[in-house]
Design a protein. Sequence first.
Length: 240
Amino acid sequence: MLGALAVALLLGVWELAPRVGWVREQSVPPFSDVAREAASLLGRPEFLSDLASSGARWAAGFAVAVLIGVPLGAWMGRSRRVRRIVDPLLALGYPVPKAALILLFVLWFGAGNVARVGIVVTGCLIPIVISAMHGAAGVAPELLWAARSLGRRPPILQAALPQILSGARIAIAVAIFTVLASELLIRGSGVGAYMFDALDNGQTVTVFAVAAIVAGLGFALDAAYVLGVRRALPWLEGEL
């Protein structure tokens, strides 16, 4: 309830501020204008094509990051040697702005999808690897002893699942940001390129409308992820 009230208050201030002259309408268009433009964009084939391109890059980068990051993080959590090797690399890469890496990826791989997907993978790897590492490292020794006494493989990934799922949830948002940043810089196609073209043409309302659509999709993805996890794993306790 409080969250809905906060959103309603924000939208009300957004609508009112340019109408009464608190901000320039050219810089911050009213919410009602942005909402109409967003609805119009969702009916334009060229925008939907760009949206599909961004979605495909987001999905590919996120999937590759999960496939690499989860086993690597679990391995680091159970092996001190592997952790000593990989941990400094993560520490070096973490503070580097991912947008700064986009140009390097373009130099190495060109301005195609490989560079765009690669930057998404790079951005998502760190939260996924770290969450899987801490989850695997925190597996109770009693669980490992019980599995070995029964002649079974220790259920490390299953026991680390809550932390892994939390890291994946963070990576969903990171993937959205990085794919948008790559398209803003590389241009060509995608939602980021569409937004930059609108900015070049002075279409402020369109820029805000694209940003609002991306924010709405990000919120929907996060909500769908949490709901899906809760339904698939009803035994899972605590917050993701």
